[in-house]
Design a binder for this molecule. Structure first.
Ligand code: HEM
Length: 397
């Protein structure tokens, strides 16, 4: 069995500390150069990090998004947060995944991205006017703007958007294994409030044929997805999938502007290139570093036998730096004709929100750039929020 070498001078200390580490990429490169799957005995995880290994795991039907015996984390079972979780396409396979996923995918593919970008720029500037935008205020802004933009796209009134952002902050806190009882209770309240608001928006959408939720319902009907409660839960899911991941993409884009030589000046001259920049950030320094799969039937991946109950950590961020997937992987290049971005997943569960996320992030960063708020970016300071899978900078000054 190939076993991960843990006693050389590695920094980060281990694979689960990597996403929040200052520079995990040399550590990832060493993993990519090794076998497709290695066993991390202390953490009882198989680790897949090469582009090929990652794709093989994500394409293997025996590798599921949840443990078979635990479709919903016990801590939220029975609460509104648990109900939302139980219906998310992200957390299901088969019947609760395939048709709903297709509906969400078609709905998101039809979104008018230019309109969402224009709205994002307005929201970004409004939020920025509330105070000096650096340090913790900048981090908060990076969380709020994308989720408000997507909530606005889904039909929430402007006045409600800050509340939606607060609910979402409360809701995603329940997804961590470290959540406290108070956080779990707040997540339940937030999920309940969001489900109630989405139910009202869905009712109102009957009288607004072109509205986003009317379109989502149309796509649902086309694929034979008639479970209205599941649709409401997945509407909440669109906001939760946006929240941390897009905050990370915005934050890591600001980090790129602060650290990549000449990039800030180049983007200042040509802000139209920001979308390219954000796409490269999502490969070079992505916000979601890993996801997990749970083995439901004995199977084999890259010549390694996996048994029922095994857990595989799929290191998407390492795969994005695999030279077999992207040439000159450690260079930040705006032009990459064949860019592969494993950070948005692969296979049946691949992210359907990639274009929306990049469009929103580019528009948010553009508003900072053109309003001159990034001119001192080189002096920004940050650390990374504690997380076992996400890379989200917390700006400190
Ligand atoms: C930078 C931002 C984002 C990143 C890095 C990201 C990344 C991902 C990844 C890696 C997955 C697959 C997880 C897995 O296979 O285990 C995923 C799934 C998903 N994402 Fe995103 N995402 C982002 C933004 C969004 C946005 C804005 C939306 C929609 C509004 C969205 C909707 C979804 C949905 C619905 C799924 C579940 C798909 C399925 O299970 O079939 N994501 N995302």
């Amino acid at each position: 069995m190939p076993v991960m070498n843990l006693d050389v001078n590695l920094n980060p200390d281990n694979i689960l500390a990597a996403s929040a580490h200052r520079n995990p990429y040399p550590f990832y490169a060493a993993l990519v150069a090794g076998p497709a799957l290695v066993f991390d005995a202390p953490r009882k995880l198989w680790v897949a990090s090469s582009a090929d290994g990652v794709k093989q795991v994500l394409a293997n039907p025996a590798c599921r998004v949840r443990p078979v015996a635990e479709p919903v984390p016990p801590a939220i079972l029975g609460s509104a947060a648990g109900e939302v979780f139980s219906h998310l396409v992200r957390m299901n396979e088969g019947l609760k995944h395939d048709a709903p996923k297709l509906a969400l995918q078609r709905f998101l593919a039809a979104v008018d991205l230019e309109r969402v970008q224009a709205r994002t720029r307005e929201l970004a500037l409004q939020a920025a006017e509330q105070g000096a935008l650096r340090g913790p205020a900048l981090s908060q802004w990076a969380f709020e703007v994308p989720v408000m933009a997507v909530a606005g796209m889904l039909g929430f009134d402007e006045a409600e958007l800050p509340q939606v952002a607060r609910w979402m902050g409360d809701f995603v806190a329940c997804l961590s294994p470290l959540s406290t009882p108070a956080q779990l209770a707040a997540a339940g309240d937030a999920a309940s409030a969001l489900l109630g608001r989405f139910a009202k928006l869905v009712d109102a959408s009957a009288a607004r044929p072109g509205s986003a939720l009317a379109c989502l319902q149309q796509e649902a009907a086309r694929v034979g997805w008639h479970d209205v409660r599941a649709l409401l839960c997945n509407a909440v899911g669109l906001l939760s999938q946006t929240y941390e991941a897009t905050a990370g993409l915005v934050g890591n884009s600001i980090v790129a502007l602060a650290t990549q030589p000449g990039l800030l000046e180049a983007m200042g001259r040509e802000p139209g290139q920001l979308l390219q920049m954000v796409k490269e950030v999502s490969r070079y320094d992505p916000s979601i570093h890993n996801t997990r799969r749970f083995v439901a039937e004995a199977t084999e991946v890259a010549g390694v036998s996996l048994q029922v109950g095994d857990v595989v950590l799929v290191v998407l961020a390492a795969a994005g730096r695999d030279p077999a997937c992207n040439s000159r992987p450690d260079e930040f290049l705006l032009e990459r004709p064949d860019r592969e971005v494993p950070g948005f997943g692969h296979g049946a569960h691949q992210c359907p929100g990639q274009s929306l996320a990049c469009a929103v992030a580019a528009a948010a960063v553009a508003s900072l750039l053109v309003s001159g708020r990034l001119k001192d970016a080189a002096s920004f300071t940050w650390e990374y929020r504690p997380s076992m899978n996400a890379r989200i900078p917390h700006f400190t000054g």
